[in-house]
Write a new protein. Structure first.
Length: 179
């Protein structure tokens, strides 16, 4: 495989076109879409096999990019701790775990739109009867088994976080010459 090293000017131009991909099944995300629109960040709504958000670099023949290039990283968004506990209720394999299995070999991040989510988990401050230590154990086991990270943040920063998460990963990728 031949790798091309872009100049800083070319990288800057490519990064302007970076597009956030939003899964068609993602809902109640007006705060994220509003952020992207306010910042004039390109976005595309289409089905993703895993995660709620991804990124792509659109075709740019002038820079040798002959077709859209999809970054393999994904972000899954959960609105609050109750959504996570609801996803983990059963002892059997859940849709949430299937999502983790599909994303095991790609950079994957779970964002929980609750700045105090970790504290709430430890205190059992959620509607579910899920034991706090069991929940902590299950999430940490999943993190180790499926190699992902969890980020707790205020909902008002979700759009900003998603954009910059992909922006700096893609920029690093381009600068490293792995493209």
């Amino acid at each position: 495989m031949i790798h091309y090293r872009y100049t800083d000017k070319e990288i800057k131009e490519i990064m302007k076109s970076m597009t956030i991909v939003i899964d068609t099944r993602e809902n109640v995300n007006g705060h994220i879409v509003d952020y992207l629109k306010q910042k004039a960040i390109p976005m595309r709504i289409q089905k993703l096999d895993t995660g709620d958000y991804g990124a792509l670099i659109p075709a740019n023949p002038e820079l040798g990019i002959t077709r859209d290039i999809y970054f393999n990283g994904r972000v899954e968004r959960k609105a609050h701790m109750d959504e996570i506990t609801g996803n983990l209720q059963k002892d059997t394999q859940t849709a949430f775990e299937n999502e983790l299995i599909r994303s095991k070999d790609i950079p994957f991040t779970l964002i929980v739109e609750d700045l105090n989510g970790y504290e709430k988990m430890l205190k059992g401050d959620y509607r579910s009867k899920y034991d706090p230590l069991a929940l902590l154990g299950r999430l940490n086991t999943f993190k180790a088994k499926y190699n992902f990270e969890i980020v707790y943040l205020d909902q008002k920063f979700s759009g900003n976080w998603i954009y910059h998460h992909f922006y700096y990963q893609l920029r690093h990728y381009l600068k490293s010459g792995a493209f």
